[in-house]
Design a protein around this ligand. Structure first.
Ligand code: AMP
Length: 389
């Protein structure tokens, strides 16, 4: 069911609580923000609420302070950067609940940033009393923190029981729109490209994708567990021996919809600049660190014939040249395919950015873990909690 959007709310003179993902990377010491990407990602929602006459309360976690205050994980530097980006003052609360915070509730047009939600262990425990304290600060609730939507915490799920309306912010809306369309009603052919280190991390994703994709292309270290399951030599490549039977089952149910690399870039050692060669059969003692040129050609031909592409995980050790070529070639093909492309967070995002093609991807998810759970077919607690339209 579609969820209420912030655009559906009457915001004038209301106090809106926006759960944002301001879990920004900080330089050691916790004073300097090294990337403000996550702050910028929720600016449209914050500005929308301010323009529509609301007073805005912003709440986020930052790092893992394990239930107690830790000045190195304070959101204070975020308040400073946010004020610069918004061009208006941002008040910083000393905590996220309690009388001092209640006394700071914002008037229309004002912005209050609460201190790190995870200074309280009750946040991750989804404690009802803590949830109701958070909810008491506001009239309406908006969740824009897609990156935390797979967690059932007080600020992402629990407090919704204590508010009259809970809506998706503009960033959350965009995430749900792309991910829902790609998985529920994709333009076809619809393909998924999966890569990365381990089959074990992505079993549910593979199983769910197999329900609806026309082709599932597998690269990265994951592919070698599948090749081992086919009885092919894998040398010293990463293989999860305890997942070989599962790989056999997955291949049997997928048939020719599952596509594996047909050649490999192998090296004797796991080292940047290591001597390499392209092979169709992995020699004993060598490890495959990237897909080879024939696989690139094969994968790209599948990419080019598709209308929807879901991509998660690199095709090789893309952090370590020369084993980045396969991933970058696929990134370029996806970007130039003309298909609707949805890229999962984390490494795939880094790959499309390093390849310089991020602006040609239809949607890059802001939530690595959350997008994987979505692709696994799971209902995200932070989404389930939102009010239905
Ligand atoms: P994941 O977090 O599961 O998406 O895995 C990403 C990691 O998988 C990256 O750090 C890659 O370097 C690594 N990776 C991809 N392909 C290979 C490979 N063939 N051998 C070893 N590691 C790989």
């Amino acid at each position: 069911m579609p969820k209420l959007s912030v655009r559906d709310l009457a915001l004038k003179d209301k106090r809106v609580f926006i759960r944002v993902d301001f879990n920004v990377p900080l330089a050691p010491g916790g004073q300097e923000i090294t990337s403000d990407k996550r702050i910028k990602a929720s600016l449209p929602t914050i500005q929308y609420c301010l323009e529509h006459g609301a007073g805005v309360i912003l709440a986020s976690h930052l790092g893992r302070p394990k239930g107690k205050p830790n000045p190195e994980m304070s959101l204070k530097p975020v308040a400073v950067r946010l004020a610069e980006l918004l061009g208006r003052p941002v008040k910083m609360a000393p905590d996220c609940v309690g009388p001092e915070v209640e006394a700071m509730k914002p008037a229309p047009g004002e912005v209050l940033l609460l201190e790190n939600l995870r200074y309280h262990a009750e946040e991750e425990k989804n404690d009802p009393a803590f949830s109701s304290q958070l909810a008491a600060l506001c009239d309406v609730y908006v969740n824009d923190a897609f990156g935390s939507a797979h967690r059932a915490h007080a600020s992402t799920a629990g407090m919704v029981a204590f508010v009259s309306q809970a809506a998706a912010g503009l960033l959350m809306d965009k995430e749900l729109e792309y991910l829902t369309k790609a998985t529920k009603n994709p333009d076809r052919p619809c393909i998924a490209i999966l890569g990365g280190a381990k089959v074990s991390d992505k079993i549910e994703v593979i199983q769910n994708l197999m329900k609806f994709v026309d082709r599932l292309v597998i690269g990265g270290a994951m592919a070698y567990t599948f090749l081992a399951a086919k009885g092919e030599p894998t040398g010293k490549s990463l293989v999860e021996a305890d997942k070989i039977d599962l790989a056999k089952e997955l291949m049997a149910s997928a048939g020719d919809r599952l596509v594996l690399p047909v050649d490999h870039i192998v090296a004797s050692e796991f080292k940047a600049g290591a001597e390499w060669e392209a092979v169709e059969t992995i020699p004993e003692g060598k490890m495959a660190l990237d897909i080879g040129p024939k696989s690139v050609e094969l994968f790209n031909s599948i990419v080019n014939g598709s209308k929807t592409i879901i991509w998660n995980g690199p095709m090789g050790v893309f952090e370590m040249p020369p084993f980045d070529k396969g991933t970058f070639a696929v990134a370029n093909a996806v970007a130039n395919s003309g298909a609707v492309s949805v890229v999962g967070g984390g490494d795939s995002e880094k790959a499309v950015k390093s390849a310089g093609v991020a602006d040609k991807i239809s949607h890059i998810s802001t939530g690595g873990g959350a997008s994987l759970e979505f692709l696994s077919g799971l209902e995200l607690p932070g989404v389930a909690a939102l009010t239905e339209k």
